[in-house]
Ligand binder design. Structure first.
Ligand code: MCA
Ligand code: AMP
Length: 506
């Protein structure tokens, strides 16, 4: 019987291990053991700050080894980890901290002043942690012991909350259990053949499933190491690739590398594996990558609520434009979006998944949970897909109104609600159009109230104050009216088609 399965399997097993866990810029490195000792001190500091098992810890800090140690500390102390995008504004944070009932907000020292009212109003304590490892958390932890008695947890206990926006414009806290995370990591290590010899180039943010659970949990379980970069920077990635055996990224990583003449076959001839996910990888990118490097990118498909669902095979054919097969233990079916009836192989429909990877539900939202998570355990993904005769799954569309830009999900509804509320605006529509770097880019359409002339600069400023930069419409366009079908529904496909070439020159 293990006391805390997630901690024991991912972290505890490395206690006393002097091997390198993180390779850091400037030829620095951090061993597994040093990492765990830091995490133990943080765990003590969190207890001292009043956090008990099951309490939520919200964190908005720059990526760093210390930030990753906060995750380890939370798992060890049974605290529910709630990482937040560093791009979120104070207004966005207010919702997450309040909705989750977080007991602690850990933020960058530079944002402490702006975020103090958020923490105070929510009744949360506040600590700081900078990218340089400085702040009130390190201060509070400095005198703490380097070992912490791991808090017992059940596999079904919550390990993390990740917020995912919704089609109603309100974000939902996806509750992920220890078993959700551990089962998926186990399957992925095996499916992708990760071992202790692997060195993963890690340039993803650590506040989402991809960089935190897929990349980090897999490497912890496999016992390998990571080249831990603060963010994706083409120069740094090209400089570090010779030391890596594998890389995970969103499609933008791969298109940016292909745009650089230094990214050659020689540079990556030693690499074992390139994995892509979080957004569709164009078949053209897949082909261009193979032509340049000889490697076939392995594409997989997942969600915040489910971790990874499908993957192209390691040894079999990696088919461009598909997301491969359901992972071992994951059931995937295609259903009629209206009736929920299963559809035969070859027909397009709603992708539904069931397995140990599927989350427990949305925090404090039983109705939303019931709408998306069937009593049978199948989760309705909102993605439309089809399974071909060989069993490969392809995602062919989305039943949910969602834009994916550079791997970040953006829900038009959230932006439309804000635009609609601006002076002189009667109504609005937000759509995604093709973008050469981000895959999709956000466009906002405004219809003025009768006789009004909305001031676009003022509106852009209001959007800027409220929403993270990556959600901002790249352009606001004024229209006399929105295209509608005979039922009166806004035809976003018409807007998308009309402006499809805006960023691609098509
Ligand atoms: C930055 N900007 C963006 C984005 N990122 N705008 C739209 N979409 C974005 N994704 C803004 C910046 O604020 C900046 O604004 C301008 O665009 C250009 O910034 P740039 O320096 O080019 O950006 P960057 O810092 O290089 O970031 C681009 C990036 C990054 C490397 C693609 O967004 C990234 O790391 N994305 C990965 C996201 C991810 O991990 N997704 C996984 C979600 P200004 O105009 O002010 O200069 S997990 C998931 O989806 C599921 C579960 C799954 O299957 O994995
Ligand atoms: P998230 O909010 O980060 O959980 O985003 C999950 C969504 O990203 C999925 O529902 C898909 O729409 C999309 N997604 C993830 N991986 C892929 C992929 N390989 N191809 C296409 N879409 C993907």
């Amino acid at each position: 019987m293990m006391a805390n399965p997630l901690y024991d399997r991912l972290f505890g097993r490395h206690a006393g291990n002097a091997a390198t866990f993180l390779h850091l810029p400037g030829n620095q490195s951090l061993s597994h053991d040093a990492f765990l000792r830091l995490a133990a001190r943080y765990a003590h500091a969190f207890r001292a700050a009043g956090l008990g098992p099951g309490d939520r810890l919200a964190m908005q800090v720059e990526k760093s080894p210390a930030a990753l140690a906060v995750y380890a500390a939370a798992v060890q102390a049974g605290i529910v980890f709630l990482p937040l995008n560093t791009a979120y504004t104070a207004q966005e944070l207010r919702y997450f901290v309040t909705d989750s009932g977080a007991k602690l907000l850990l933020c960058d020292p530079a944002r402490a002043e702006a975020l103090r009212p958020v923490a105070e109003d929510a009744g949360a304590a506040m600590l700081t942690l900078g990218a340089d490892g400085q702040g009130t958390l390190p201060e509070a932890a400095s005198a703490q012991p380097e070992s912490f008695g791991t808090t017992p947890r059940d596999a079904d206990d919550l390990a993390a909350f990740l917020y995912t926006s919704g089609t109603t414009g309100r974000s939902k806290g996806a509750m992920l259990t220890q078993a959700n995370l551990l089962s998926n990591a186990e399957v992925l290590v095996d499916y992708w053949r990760f071992t202790g010899d692997d060195v993963l180039l890690h340039a993803l943010p650590i506040f989402h499933t991809h960089g935190l659970f897929v990349a980090t949990n897999v490497m912890l379980l496999a016992g390998g190491s990571m080249i831990f970069l603060p963010k994706f920077d083409t120069d740094q990635v090209i400089a570090q690739l010779p030391r890596a055996t594998a890389m995970m990224g969103v499609p933008t990583f791969y298109t940016r590398l292909l745009d650089d003449p230094r990214f050659t076959r020689d540079l990556v001839s030693h690499m074992r594996l390139f994995i892509s996910g979080s957004a569709p990888l164009l078949a053209d990118t897949h082909a261009a990558f193979e032509a340049r490097t000889g490697h076939r990118i392995l594409e997989r498909y997942g969600m915040t609520e489910t971790n990874m669902n499908t993957s192209n095979p390691y040894e079999g054919e990696r088919r461009a434009g598909t997301v491969g097969f359901p992972l071992p233990g994951v059931e995937l079916r295609i259903t009629d979006p209206e009736t929920g009836e299963a559809r035969p192989q070859g027909e397009v429909g709603m992708i539904e998944v069931r397995g140990p990877n599927v989350f427990k539900g949305y925090w404090n939202m039983p109705e939303k949970t019931a709408q998306e998570l069937r009593e049978t355990g199948f989760f309705i993904t909102g993605d439309l897909g089809v399974i071909d005769a060989r069993g490969y799954v392809s995602i062919v569309g989305r039943a949910k109104d969602l834009i994916i830009s550079g791997g970040y999900n953006i829900y038009p509804k959230e932006i439309e609600m804000l635009l609609d509320a601006q002076p002189g605006v009667l109504e609005s529509a937000v759509v995604g159009v093709p973008h050469p770097d981000f895959g999709e880019a956000v466009l906002g359409f405004l219809v003025p109230e009768k006789g009004a002339t909305p001031d676009l600069e003022t509106i852009a400023a209001a959007v800027g104050a409220a929403l993270a930069r990556f959600k901002h419409p790249r352009k606001l366009i004024v229209l006399d009216e929105l295209p509608r079908n005979t039922m009166g529904k806004v035809q976003k496909n018409v807007l998308r088609a009309e402006y499809a070439g805006l960023f691609t020159g098509g």
